[in-house]
Write a protein that binds this ligand. Structure first.
Ligand code: F6R
Length: 621
């Protein structure tokens, strides 16, 4: 959450900083700022309460030059989205600039102590406390053995300040007196250093670095990078200087091009035939009627010994976990529990020895999921990540895992990552099933269904025009219900979440039968109910639930998988998707729900790719 960039070299820092912030804007976009060391000396800062585009306009009016600079795009935690609360923050009397991600838990006591020493605060943020704290430590460090002005005083000041912080941070600092020094430090909030030739870069993920360098260093927790234009040193809090592990930036680069689509969300919805194909690629083993995975890091014996699986994640990824529960229990007969990562971390459930824990996450940076996995790992359980972003924190920390290969997901509302997660979970269920009781024939049947997915999803996208018309009829509603059963109960939850987050319409997802235990009171002629009612084991039951809504005057939008006369006679609008077996229906049924939320959000004038209050990657707990 929040994006950080930094540059040290001989070129003007601003072009990299602005392009980096644009690429990081999906992490937070309520205010933005940059700071440079002016060629004439002194720190310049430009900040805006608004988007990176507003910052860019402000810089067009008044340029900030300098070959040392840092930038930040914010998702507010402490203090409203105002110019004063935007980063970078100045420490002391213009001694340093700082950009910070994360949450400082003891900021109030630190602030109190700094105020008592005369430091004046301009913002309500916890981050400004860090800036003044480093400035204070710098005064002390410079006053004793390093009063000669060597950069060592700056490094020690940062180290001393960090030792006083409780909470999480990814931060970058530059000093007025050190034109060739950036310090970056990490504890719980990701940072990557980009290694260049006579210039170096810092960013909170790899996206800003694409096109600038291919050599990167992922900082780990408690590491601090001392970055000069021709040299990088990495220091660990406990181990001192360590040799940095320079990696090559993966080819999974940010495709910042909308390719003619109006929004990333729409582009990503339309990419799903391909992203699903990429999730399947190389993983289906027809000879043995199973799936194969390279990175689980468990022996076949260990895999056969698994007695229980915990699936954890947040938001859309948690919905995938719910589908995963149905899939794995049905196909592999292994008991599965689904936990919100934010609850799993603090709930401390008893976890038996033969339990493995999967963290499901698009970004691989979600703080709650990372913390939950760390907690179960600490207790000795094998942790696996089902993750999209290569090299992300969760991908690195888990004991093994599976990448989605969905490509960058830029739209804040998750779409293609969801269907890729479900595709991978289906293959995992097949794999676990085939290690146990699932027959060869059943395995073959599942493989052929999986193989048909990309073309079926392609076909499903043809419903877009029809969905658009339906959106026009219902865009003014203030409440929606989404109802489905069995595999399509999580689909209903996901449909409701999509609508809520990008169109700001209140929507609830429910198991269709559960509706009569309370939510049915919401049904009236102004509250549309979206029923997911394809053929399958619960078809008749869902049809009855649909009739219950119609009997109370509620408008019904139905998603069916054939020319369904029964449903068409009852529903006010019908969307037809292709037929597929129950366990893969959520992948196909999600498509019209994604399109419906997209079209409604557009009609309501909402910012589809950057909905209010949200951020793509939630790196605070
Ligand atoms: C919804 C959405 C969020 C994320 C959630 C977890 O469209 O995008 O609910 O699913 O914040 O994010 P990841 O999957 O990155 O851990």
């Amino acid at each position: 959450m929040c994006g950080i960039v930094g540059y040290v070299g001989s070129k003007d820092a601003c072009p990299f900083l602005i392009s980096g912030l644009q690429r990081l804007e999906y992490r937070g976009y309520d205010s933005a700022g940059i700071s440079t060391l002016r060629p004439t000396g002194g720190l310049g800062v430009t900040k805006v309460a608004g988007r990176v585009a507003d910052l860019d306009s402000a810089l067009q009016r008044q340029a900030l030059t300098g070959a040392l600079g840092i930038g930040h795009t914010r998702w507010a935690t402490h203090g409203a989205a105002t110019e004063d609360n935007a980063h970078p923050h100045i420490g002391g009397q213009g001694i340093l600039s700082l950009a910070h991600n994360g949450v400082i838990e003891n900021y109030e006591s630190l602030k109190f102590a700094l105020q008592a020493k005369g430091y004046a605060f301009r913002s309500q943020t916890d981050s400004e406390v860090v800036a003044h704290l480093i400035a204070d430590c710098f005064k002390n460090a410079a006053a004793d053995q390093h009063g000669d002005g060597s950069v060592q005083s700056g490094i020690e000041a940062v180290q001393e300040a960090l030792s006083q912080l409780r909470g999480t941070y990814g931060l970058v600092v530059m000093f007025r007196d050190y034109p060739d020094l950036l310090i970056a430090a990490r504890c719980g909030s990701p940072l990557v250093v980009g290694v260049g030739k006579d210039e170096q870069f810092v960013a909170s993920d790899t996206s800003p670095l694409v096109g600038f360098t291919e050599r990167i260093i992922y900082l780990a927790d408690h590491q601090l990078a001392v970055i000069r234009s021709n040299n990088i040193q990495v220091l660990h809090r406990d181990q001192g200087r360590i040799r940095p592990d320079i990696q090559t930036l993966s080819s999974q680069t940010v495709d910042a091009n909308l390719e003619g689509y109006g929004h990333y969300m729409l582009k990503e919805i339309y990419e799903q035939p391909e992203s699903i194909q990429n999730a399947l690629r190389g993983r289906l083993d027809k000879d043995n009627a199973t799936a194969k995975f390279g990175g689980l890091n468990l022996t076949t014996q260990q895999l056969r010994g698994i007695q229980r699986i915990i699936l954890t994640g947040c938001g859309t990824s948690w919905h995938s976990a719910l589908v995963g529960e149905y899939l794995i229990e049905e196909l592999a007969r292994i008991p599965v529990e689904v936990e919100y990562a934010s609850e799993l971390r603090y709930r401390n459930p008893p976890v038996d020895h033969d339990t493995i824990v999967f963290g499901i996450t698009q970004s691989g940076e979600t703080a709650d999921t990372l913390a939950a996995l760390r907690e179960v790992k600490r207790k000795g359980h094998h942790t696996l990540a089902l993750c999209n972003v290569i090299g992300s924190s969760i991908a690195q920390e888990a004991d093994g895992g599976v990448y989605l290969h969905a490509g960058p997901e830029i739209g804040v509302a998750s779409t293609k990552a969801f269907t890729s997660q479900l595709t991978v979970l289906s293959m995992l269920a097949l794999y676990f099933g085939r290690l146990r009781h699932l027959s060869f024939e059943a395995g073959q049947r599942i493989i052929s269904q999986l193989e048909s997915l990309p073309s079926l999803v392609e076909k499903t996208l043809e419903c877009h025009g029809q969905v658009k018309e339906i959106a026009e009829r219902y865009a003014d509603a203030t409440n929606f219900l989404y109802l489905g059963r069995n595999y399509n109960f999580p689909t209903a939850l996901e449909g409701a979440l999509k609508l809520k987050e990008i169109s700001y319409i209140h929507a609830e997802g429910y198991p269709a039968a559960e509706m009569k235990h309370g939510p049915i009171a919401l049904v009236d002629e102004r509250t549309p109910s979206v029923f997911i009612v394809p053929q399958g084991t619960v078809y008749d039951k869902v049809l009855s639930n649909l009739q219950e809504v119609k009997a109370r005057g509620g408008p019904v939008i139905a998603i069916v998988d054939h020319d369904d006369r029964q449903v068409t006679n009852l529903a006010d609008a019908v969307i037809q998707i292709p037929q597929i077996e129950d366990f893969l229906q959520p992948i196909v049924a999600a498509i019209p729900l994604q399109l419906l939320s997209y079209e409604i959000a557009l009609l309501r004038g909402c910012d589809v790719d950057k909905p209010r209050n949200l951020a793509k990657s939630v790196t605070v707990e």
